[in-house]
Design a protein around this ligand. Structure first.
Ligand SMILES: NC(=O)c1ccc[n+]([C@@H]2O[C@H](COP(=O)([O-])OP(=O)(O)OC[C@H]3O[C@@H](n4cnc5c(N)ncnc54)[C@H](OP(=O)(O)O)[C@@H]3O)[C@@H](O)[C@H]2O)c1
Length: 309
């Protein structure tokens, strides 16, 4: 089968289209014929070697951690899926990834794909969608009527977070540059904020929850935007407990884990027409390098999908 692998860490030139054996599945695994994958910033961060200390890979390794496809084999212990099922997943990041014709995935990391989504849309949802759900629901405990600020509302995580927060009945404030203000409103934001138009404090009334997708100065500015007792959840920079205490708020860091439970929750929102991924770019498997460069630009709106077969 085809697989885009890296044999060493580095730039996009390290992405190599190889012919390798189809993965052998364990008893708990299913083999998915990949129809589509999608790009997340973690893909090129791993390619560059930024996460070497955190996740030690044995190279060569196949990148990519979103998949939608068709079950082509099931392990002996698998009872929930059968050959031919249309499924989607954010597989375990330490195993070979989804830039390939086939991937072996543990069955408890997989959910059925909603019939309302095509394969490209389903591949755009798992990693970014699970992350958004964890920040807002599992960790942020967002309640109807609460105010939530979502930084980078035009991005992969942000545009799904806006929709999930709206589905939960929250009042959503989201940030983007001037050119993406209309998009924030289209995704459902009640207030679209241009982060280049001065101090956020002057533009945003206090919120109950901040979803920090940027870190650094954006995280630093966000503390003062929270109501007492509120929470800042970051997916990029571990927030300081000390600073949180000074502001009388809570802080948390989320690093996404595979979750078929959350995939099923996302499906429910999809079925209720409350959640739909936005795809700005599509590339064939052979053009992964171009897709990585697009993601690295930091300017992607919604998701970048890789159409595999
Ligand atoms: N911890 C985890 O489990 C986890 C999971 C998923 C993602 N992440 C991380 O979270 C970050 C976001 O991921 P993503 O997939 O959403 O990225 P993305 O899709 O590449 O984000 C691109 C978006 O960021 C916006 N943006 C850039 N600078 C901004 C700023 N200062 N303020 C507001 N918006 C800004 C851009 O909008 P404009 O062009 O309008 O600025 C663009 O639409 C990445 O660093 C990723 O690695 C972590």
């Amino acid at each position: 089968m085809r697989a885009v692998r890296i044999h060493q860490y580095g730039g996009t030139e390290t992405l190599q289209l190889d012919q390798i054996d189809t993965p052998v599945i364990n008893t708990d695994d299913i083999l998915i014929k990949v129809k589509a994958s999608s790009i997340n910033p973690v893909d090129w961060k791993i390619r560059e070697g930024y996460l070497q200390d955190f996740i030690p890979y044995k190279l060569p390794t196949t990148l990519g951690w979103d998949v939608a496809g068709i079950v082509s084999a099931v392990g002996d212990s698998v009872t929930d899926f059968k050959v031919g099922d249309e499924v989607y997943s954010r597989p375990e990041i330490s195993r070979d990834g989804t830039y390939a014709d086939y991937i072996a995935v543990e069955a408890d990391e997989v959910a059925m794909k909603s019939t309302k989504l095509d394969f490209a849309q389903a591949a755009a949802l798992p990693l970014a969608g699970i992350t958004a759900w964890e920040c807002l629901v599992d960790v942020g405990q967002l309640q109807a009527g609460q105010r939530v600020l979502i930084h980078a509302g035009a991005g992969g995580v942000g545009h799904l977070a806006i929709q999930i927060a709206k589905a939960k009945g929250a009042i959503v404030i989201a940030t983007a540059s001037a050119k993406n203000q209309d998009l924030l409103t289209k995704f459902g934001a009640d207030q679209a904020v241009d982060y280049n138009q001065g101090n956020l404090l002057e533009q945003i009334e206090p919120v109950d929850l901040v979803v920090d997708t940027i870190g650094g100065a954006v995280q630093s500015q966000s503390w003062a935007l929270l109501k007492a007792g509120g929470m800042l959840v970051s997916i990029v920079d571990q927030p300081s407990e000390e600073i949180a205490k000074e502001h009388n708020v809570k802080a948390a860091f989320v690093f996404i884990q595979p979750s078929s439970r959350i995939l099923r929750e996302l499906n429910t929102l999809v079925e209720q027409d409350q959640l739909i991924p936005f795809i700005e770019h599509r590339f064939p498997l052979e053009n992964i390098a171009e897709a990585h460069l697009q993601s690295q630009s930091g300017r992607t709106r919604g998701k970048i999908v890789i159409e595999v077969s």
